[in-house]
Write a protein that binds this ligand. Structure first.
Ligand SMILES: [Zn+2]
Length: 187
């Protein structure tokens, strides 16, 4: 079985589906490089925003996490769950701003790193540097790259190599694991 048929056969499986390549809603073309986007991510941060500015590991007991997170957040962040596709309001979020970890407020992505993948999960083509650590996980017969917040260890999603230029990466994130902070009150 080739890869295409394999993907077709598993099309109902969340976070595994490679989006059909019929024209990405590509990130806005501009003169800004990925390196610049990563370096200047704070340009998207609202003044006085409540975010974590250290990646020093945050250790909490399971009981603490249960108390601090909603049941939905707990299932995704602490138990590597997957939210149902097309359920996150962040799929349609287009304002300028920063996406932080719902568990520990570490900044993870900016709005300039987001693209519309059509998969039903908020998707990004790169990340704020140093925000995530990765591990391989075996899902059915497919090996995926899981990624998690480097500060609290919370699971966020999986990264695939079928994203748009310029990186070719698709960071497929559970919306419930994110908190969006708009740069300003205006859309
Ligand atoms: Zn975190």
């Amino acid at each position: 079985m080739n890869r295409r048929n394999l993907l077709k056969g598993l099309a109902a499986v969340p976070l595994l589906v490679a989006p059909i390549r019929r024209g990405w809603a590509a990130p806005e073309r501009g003169s800004v490089s990925v390196t610049e986007l990563q370096k200047n991510w704070k340009d998207f941060l609202a003044a006085g925003a409540d975010v974590a500015l250290t990646t020093e590991p945050l250790k909490r007991s399971n009981e603490e996490w249960k108390r601090l997170l909603t049941p939905g957040q707990y299932k995704i962040l602490r138990k590597e769950g997957t939210e149902r596709a097309f359920t996150s309001p962040l799929n349609d979020e287009k304002r300028s701003g920063v996406y932080v970890c719902a568990g520990c407020s570490l900044p993870l992505f900016t709005s300039a790193m987001k693209f519309d993948s059509g998969t039903g999960w908020p998707s990004f083509f790169t990340t704020i540097p140093g925000a995530f650590a990765t591990k391989k996980d075996n899902f059915l017969i497919y090996t995926r790259t899981e990624y998690h917040c480097v500060r609290c260890g919370g699971h966020h999603g999986h990264v695939f190599d079928d994203g748009p230029p310029p990186t070719g990466q698709r960071w497929c994130n559970n919306g419930v694991a994110l908190r969006f902070i708009p740069k300003s009150g205006k859309a």
